[in-house]
Each structure stands twice: as C-alpha cells, then as structure tokens.
Design a protein. Structure first.
Lengths: 120, 336
C-alpha cells in the first residue's frame, strides 16, 4: 500500500507546491480562482502533449485528484473520442471521460450542503 | 456661507453637541482582542442565535442603537433621527435595524468611514437646530462583508499578509444638544481621492492618501498643530495604511508624533493572526463608542481626532478593473 501512497503524496504535494508558489510569488491580484483555472488548462495542455501521463503513472491519485488531473482527463477523453468517433467524439469524449468526477462533485457537494448547511 | 464653516472643508460647532453615551456589541474574535474590556456585549459566536449573518448584523446594530439609548436613559421614541450605515448592498443592516426602531432614519454609505460621517452629520443636525437628540451608528460583520466583497467563506481563500480582517461589531453614539460628557467640537468632511490603487486586498494603501488629505485640511482649516490632540486616530488603515499615512504626512512636511494611531491596529492583537489589522464600518464604531469614549470620560484623553477612512469601490467596479476611490471624514471630540 505504501508503495502507492508515498509516490502519490510526493507528486500530489509537488503539484500543490506549484499552486502555492504561483500565489505567493506573483502579484496579489492572482486569486485562488486564477490558480484553479490555470491548473485545469495546464492539465489539458500537458495531457494533450502527453506530458501528464508519466506523472499519473508515477503518482496515481496524487496526479489525478488535483485540478490538473481533471484537465488531463478532459484532454485524454477528447483524444480517445476523436479516435473512436471523429470530430464529434472530440467534443463529447472529454466530458464523457470526466463524467464520474463531475457527477461526484455535484452529488457530494449536495450531500455536504445537506449535512453542514453552509451559510457563507 | 455662515461663519460655522472654516477653511475649505471644516465646520466648527458653536454649540457643540454632547455625546451622552456609547454602546457596542462585537463578535468573539474582537472579544478576545486588546480592547475586550471596552465592549458592552461580546457575542459567543458569529450568529448569536440568528439564521444568517445578515440577520445577525442587523440585530447587532439594533442592539447597539437600543443599548445606547438605555445607557443614556433616553427612550428611543424621543430621539429625532437615527443616522446609520453599513457595508452591505443597499445598506440593509441599517434599514432593517431602523425598521425595528420606528423613528426617522437617514441611511448613510461612507464605507468604513461611516461612523465618523454619521457623527459629523448628527452633530450638524443638532447644531442647526434640526434635532435635539440623534443616534449615530455603524456596523459590519466579517462574514457578511466576505460575501459582499470577496468569496464565499467556505472556499477558504488564502488571505494576503497585507489584507485586513473586517470587524464583526456595531457601535452607536447618542448625541444631544444638552447634557454632559465629551462634545463633538468640529468636523472636516473629506474629498474623494483616488491615486489609482486597484488591489482590493490592499485598502489601507487606497485610503491612506484620502486620510492624509483630510488630516492636512483639518489642521490647515483650524490652524492647529498635531499636538493639540491627545490622540489622532484613523478608522481602519491597518498596519500597512498607517505606515503609508505616516510617510505621506512626512513628505507633506507635516510629520505626526506618537499620538497617531489607527482603530484597525488597536482592535486586534498581532497574536490573533489577522494580518494587517481590522477594517469595516464596525471597526472605528466599536473603538470610538467603547475605548475612546471610556478614556475620555475617565479623563485619560481630553482631545481626540477621529478620521474615518472609507474605500468607495463596489465589487463590480473592482472586477471591471476600476481603481479604488477613497475618503476620510474627521470629527474632533473634546471634553473639558
């Protein structure tokens, strides 16, 4: 088990360090929302270029759980969709591949809201 | 122009209204701060039994308004006007609190300068003979302000080290044409100054030039020197803004002595990890209605100048990249 956890911890941790440095070393009007969007976009670009795949192989969930992993899934799905059903597949493939993540976010977000009744 | 106005922006009250009493209520974080003994009520949590923070803030303001009337042994019905403001859209905290009081209400928006603004206008109403007794108040709540100006608190955004923490608190003063206690002796109403700051996390930097402008005009209009006052206190510049203010005044050949401080710096201790100090309408409201008034009534302070500082941007203007206009309103309070 540790053989999976330790690389996941290191890869995931390093991705988060990049995000923190992005906020700390840039002007303060770089907000968490900018980091969020940049990470998804970077994941798409790196995924499309095949550069994110090695991180996933080494880090597993450490690379797929951060937002860059979501971008990677979108890119991977779009490429697979393009191969199997052409141009339309390029549009549908990304969201199909990310469907589990999106649905989980909605459902668990809803459940969390039911339990904790957020007011912020 | 009547003789009550002096210089460019100042008013001297010929029959200075009395501050009969002050009353405040704060949140738990403020209640752990250095001024904890000067608060009339400290809430156990940020809801205080209400369903939303907005309801809490309106209730806090109502509590402060009723509390100050009780303290001064005056019935709310005998008060002529309530002047109040807050930070929320359409100043709902103030309108909702005034809804419960049933007396004429003048809603104000001066952002965080509101307490100084309401005190100045209240004093003008009394001086002009338009009122005998006036309630002046302001409120803010950390969590409603976060929702109004920034992000949902659940997002857990990291705050910049130079960002300030909105004070959860409401403060009220009861001004009257006759009585005893400290008097509002003069006021300098500020101009809107904008030097082009766009970072809404750094409101101290946006407000410091406006506060400096009002301070310079106040002393010029009244032909006074800083040592006239025992305490010159700005509203909520925080540590960053206060430092900038000192630099601006120094460059303007008007250096301040040790009697210059800031309510935002006073209200929290650096140990509380709130970064650059407190902010919000409630910040100067609770410090004025508590600590400053107590110190004046006990004779520790005799002459105080409060310069409320306000950032007059809106969330929309900030998102559209507009710079932050700022203002400073000064009131001098003296006890003989």
């Amino acid at each position: 088990m540790f053989a999976n956890i330790i690389p996941a911890f290191i890869v995931g941790g390093l991705i988060c360090v990049v995000g923190q440095l992005f906020m700390d070393l840039t002007k303060a009007n770089i907000q968490p929302a900018h980091v969020l969007v940049s990470f998804v976009t970077a994941g798409v670009v790196l995924g499309g270029l095949g550069l994110y795949e090695p991180l996933v192989r080494i880090g597993g969930a450490g690379a797929t759980i951060p937002l860059s992993g979501f971008g990677y899934t979108l890119a991977k799905g779009a490429m697979e969709g393009a191969q199997s059903s052409g141009l339309l597949g390029a549009f549908s493939g990304g969201v199909e591949a990310a469907a589990v993540g999106i649905a989980a976010a909605v459902i668990f977000g809803y459940l969390t809201a039911l339990v904790f009744n957020p007011k912020g | 122009m009547g003789s009550k106005k002096v210089g460019n922006q100042s008013i001297i009250f010929q029959n200075p209204p009395f501050i009969l009493a002050g009353y405040n209520i704060v949140g738990p974080k403020e209640g752990e701060g250095p001024l904890k003994d000067s608060y009339d009520q400290i809430m156990k949590d940020t809801y205080n039994g209400e369903k939303s923070w907005e309801k809490t803030e309106a209730k806090m303001l109502e509590t402060a308004l009723r509390g100050v009337a009780d303290k001064a042994k005056v019935t709310v019905d005998s008060v002529d006007f309530v002047l109040a403001g807050d930070l929320l859209n359409q100043i709902i905290s103030s309108s909702f609190a005034a809804r419960q009081l049933g007396i004429p209400f003048i809603g104000l928006y001066g952002a965080c300068s509101t307490m100084a603004l309401s005190t100045a206008l209240g004093a003008m109403l009394i001086e002009g003979g338009f009122a005998g007794q006036v309630l002046c108040a302001a409120s803010s709540h950390h969590d409603t302000a976060e929702r109004q100006y920034r992000m949902p608190t659940e997002q857990g955004n990291q705050r910049a080290m130079y960002a300030q923490w909105t004070v959860t608190g409401a403060g009220a003063l009861l001004l009257a044409a006759s009585g005893t206690g400290p008097k509002v002796t003069s006021a300098t109403l500020g101009r809107v100054i904008d030097l082009g700051t766009t970072d809404t996390n750094n409101m101290g930097a946006a407000m410091a030039p406006a506060v400096a402008d009002t301070i310079l005009n106040h002393f010029q209009d009244l032909n006074r020197q800083p040592d006239y006052y025992d305490l010159i206190v700005t509203g909520d510049l925080g540590t960053v803004g206060l430092q900038l203010l000192k630099e601006i005044l120094k460059k303007s050949n008007f250096p301040m002595g040790k009697n210059l401080s800031d309510c935002g710096v006073m209200v929290f201790s650096p140990k509380q990890d709130i970064h650059a100090g407190g902010s919000g309408c409630g910040c100067s409201a609770v410090v004025l209605s508590g600590y400053i008034l107590n110190q004046m009534n006990s004779g520790e302070l005799k002459k105080v100048l409060l310069i409320g500082s306000g950032s007059l941007h809106s969330p929309t203007s900030a998102l559209q990249g507009e710079s932050i206009p700022a203002i400073g309103h000064a009131v001098s309070i003296e006890i003989s």
